[in-house]
Design a protein around this ligand. Structure first.
Ligand SMILES: [Cu+2]
Length: 300
């Protein structure tokens, strides 16, 4: 009887912890308090990065444990009281070979998938669309390239006093210091080429979106390019990642990934009425019917 009570209590504690975890990951494509792991992947590259991280741990953990064990063994076995006369051995061919060949092998097995990942990141696949992100102290400007009616707009961090008017009072979906007035809207499962630069007379910034595995410098006078293919709908948050001045912390990057149909409808309206297009999109994605952010962020 007593044991059952203990077990029930234990499961209640676990359930409570699990609930806490669920709540904290309900909108997970953004940094979380006390976060230890990476953000949930939402692009093929980020899936690969996550795989590579886990793969690397298979090497790091055994090597660390081996070194720890060796240190303990040496410290205990060869301590001065037990081993007063120290060995004068200065060379051992077997050891020399082992500690040369083993790291070479380890580095070889790390290098192959690492170069593979780098190649996938740096080699742009055929893009479905191109967006140009231009950084300025301290906001982003997004430009959709190649459309008959080009859409371009500035994206500023959402100020607390503007939340109500923007319809963005939900702090889970529009977190403080990460939400913006105009998000970069993109369709799901489309390869997006991102051209990244900074305004000509500005300083260096960096465009980063952790859930997509993207981070690239925005340099004045230079056009960098990267790509991603979002495989989840939802709100994704990143930040300028190159120290760029006093408001560096206040120029977040927000991307809203939606279905192709919703994107098309938004894009058609955004050319002439950006605010209206954003409001209409929010109405179709943020409401209980759309439930976009919750569905997209329901990970793990
Ligand atoms: Cu910046």
């Amino acid at each position: 009887m007593g044991r059952n009570v203990v077990i029930n209590r234990a499961s209640a504690v676990w359930a409570a912890l699990l609930c806490l975890f669920c709540v904290s990951t309900a909108h997970a494509d953004q940094p979380r308090p006390w976060q230890m792991d990476l953000q949930a992947p939402a692009s093929p590259i980020m899936h690969q990065i996550l795989w590579f991280e886990h793969y690397t741990l298979w090497f790091i953990i055994p090597v660390t444990l081996l070194v720890l064990v060796l240190l303990i063994v040496v410290g205990v076995k060869f301590r001065a009281s037990r081993n007063p006369v120290a060995s004068r051995t200065s060379h051992n061919t077997v050891i020399e070979i082992v500690w040369t060949v083993a790291p070479v092998l380890i580095l070889f097995f790390l290098a192959i998938p690492s170069f593979n990942l780098l190649t996938n990141q740096l080699e742009l696949p055929d893009a479905d669309m191109t967006v140009k992100a231009t950084a300025t102290q301290w906001q982003w400007n997004y430009e959709y390239e190649g459309a008959a009616n080009p859409v371009a707009f500035d994206s500023y961090m959402l100020k607390d006093q503007d939340r109500a008017a923007a319809g963005k009072v939900d702090l889970g979906r529009y977190p403080r210091l990460l939400a913006v007035d105009n998000e970069l809207v993109l369709p799901i499962n489309k390869t997006v080429r991102v051209l990244v630069t900074a305004a000509p007379t500005d300083v260096i910034h960096a465009f980063a979106m952790p859930a997509f595995g993207v981070k690239i410098d925005a340099v004045p006078g230079r056009l960098n390019e990267t790509w991603f293919k979002a495989d989840k709908e939802g709100m994704f948050y990143g930040q300028c990642s190159e120290l760029c001045g006093k408001d560096h912390s206040f120029m977040p990057i927000a991307i809203r990934v939606v279905s192709q149909e919703k994107y098309d409808a938004w894009f058609a309206q955004a050319a002439t009425d950006l605010t209206g297009a954003n409001k209409a999109l929010m109405a179709s994605t943020d409401g209980p019917a759309g439930n976009l952010a919750v569905a997209a962020n329901d990970i793990k």
